[in-house]
Design a protein around this ligand. Structure first.
Ligand SMILES: [Zn+2]
Length: 379
């Protein structure tokens, strides 16, 4: 999931395997045993579990496919905006991979995404006053298109997102293009604080909102404006960081007028699949361990890191476990989720569809932190 600001798609790295190994090694500690409870334990781990882990870890080291999986997702499919044609291709690929590996109960679980968003025409923009400058500008995800003639107006910087401070700027902001950045939010820079502030800003009648992306020319889409999967009411855009600094410097000297335009393709109420596959447990098949990641990504990059690495780990864990040729005690359910970047919508849909089953789920392991060295588990 993206941070409040920023969620870059970087190049895949080759240490995906280390995370996969961690998942496999940690698995028996949370109940994913491969033997009977009465069997002898060594260091708290059943002998049969130790043997299975040795096979899985060894197989992953000499025959690991995590990098291959991630490379296919990134290079052969590419960006996977939820509900896009590429997302659907990725879902089909995952389905066939699970089937080819020999997993059971391989299927799609559909849910309804409020809206699907895809950029149609690249954004263009300029500072018009006091001096003309080309802008590095992009539409924020799940935002509407600009009017055909674009958005044009005076830029007003928002130094504080506190509701009372926003209200003090009310007359300035009406009909203006509001510029916000990290300093606008200060220490309260978390989603649960920024979303209400942005909502309040919209209600003050601004024409559009602009926020910093990454360095000029580096797109960095995110949905910090929303997290509901619906389309925002007014055009919202990212500016390159240097462009934001330029705009703020110009604002210190006087009024700044800006113009920008972009076209986004939007579809409403679209069916989107999560992908599910299982290795049936031999002892406790109704008490599953869920191993999951999110299949969707943003569009500026290929989602190789976020969350291609997580998908690769899930797939590699399934592959390595199947190569043990002995079922674990509990069912292991592999789930690839959509709609994560728009507000955890796929996992919420999964939880809703499986409400009755939730008390029996033994553990849920989700990877969504990229391929850096594993430092532990986030609860
Ligand atoms: Zn993510």
């Amino acid at each position: 999931m993206s941070k409040t600001y920023g969620d870059t798609a970087q190049s895949p790295r080759r240490n995906c395997k280390s995370r996969t190994l961690l998942a496999l090694i940690a698995a028996p500690l949370i109940g994913l045993n491969f033997g009977f409870a009465q069997q002898a334990k060594t260091d708290g781990i059943l002998a049969a579990t130790r043997e299975a882990l040795q096979k899985m870890v060894g197989d992953t080291i000499v025959n690991g496919q995590a990098y291959v999986y991630d490379q296919y997702l990134a290079d052969d499919i590419g960006p996977r905006l939820t509900g896009s044609a590429q997302y659907m291709r990725a879902a089909d690929w995952a389905l066939r991979q699970f089937q080819w590996l020999g997993l059971v109960n391989v299927h799609l679980e559909n849910w309804i995404m409020p809206a699907i968003w895809e950029p149609e025409v690249p954004a263009t923009g300029r500072i018009l006053v006091p001096v003309e400058h080309h802008l590095h500008i992009y539409s924020v995800g799940w935002g509407p298109s600009t009017p055909a003639q674009g958005v044009e107006g005076q830029v007003v910087y928002v130094p504080s997102s506190d509701i009372a401070d926003l209200d003090k700027q009310k007359s300035q902001l009406l009909g203006a293009i509001a510029l916000i950045d990290d300093l606008s939010f200060g220490a309260a820079h978390t989603v649960d604080k920024t979303i209400p502030a942005i909502d309040h800003l919209r209600a003050l009648g601004v024409k559009a909102i602009i926020e910093p992306g990454d360095t000029n020319g580096t797109e960095n889409s995110d949905t910090m404006m929303n997290f509901t999967g619906t389309i925002n009411g007014i055009p919202e855009a990212q500016l390159g960081k240097e462009d934001v600094l330029l705009t703020k410097r110009l604002l210190e000297r006087g009024p700044v007028t800006m113009q920008f335009s972009f076209t986004n393709h939007v579809r409403s109420h679209v069916q989107v699949p999560n992908i599910v596959a299982e290795i049936k447990g031999s002892q406790l098949p109704d008490e599953p361990v869920i191993v999951a990641a999110h299949l969707d990504s943003w569009d500026p990059g290929t989602g190789a890191q976020d969350d291609g690495t997580g998908v690769a780990m899930v797939m590699e864990a399934a592959r390595a476990m199947m190569n043990v040729h002995k079922p674990p005690s509990r069912t292991v359910r592999f789930v690839l989720l959509g709609g994560e970047e728009e507000g955890l919508l796929g996992s919420i849909a999964y939880s809703t569809q499986h409400t009755a089953e939730l008390p029996k789920i033994d553990a849920v392991l989700i990877s969504d932190s990229g391929s850096e060295s594993a430092r532990g588990w986030c609860l």
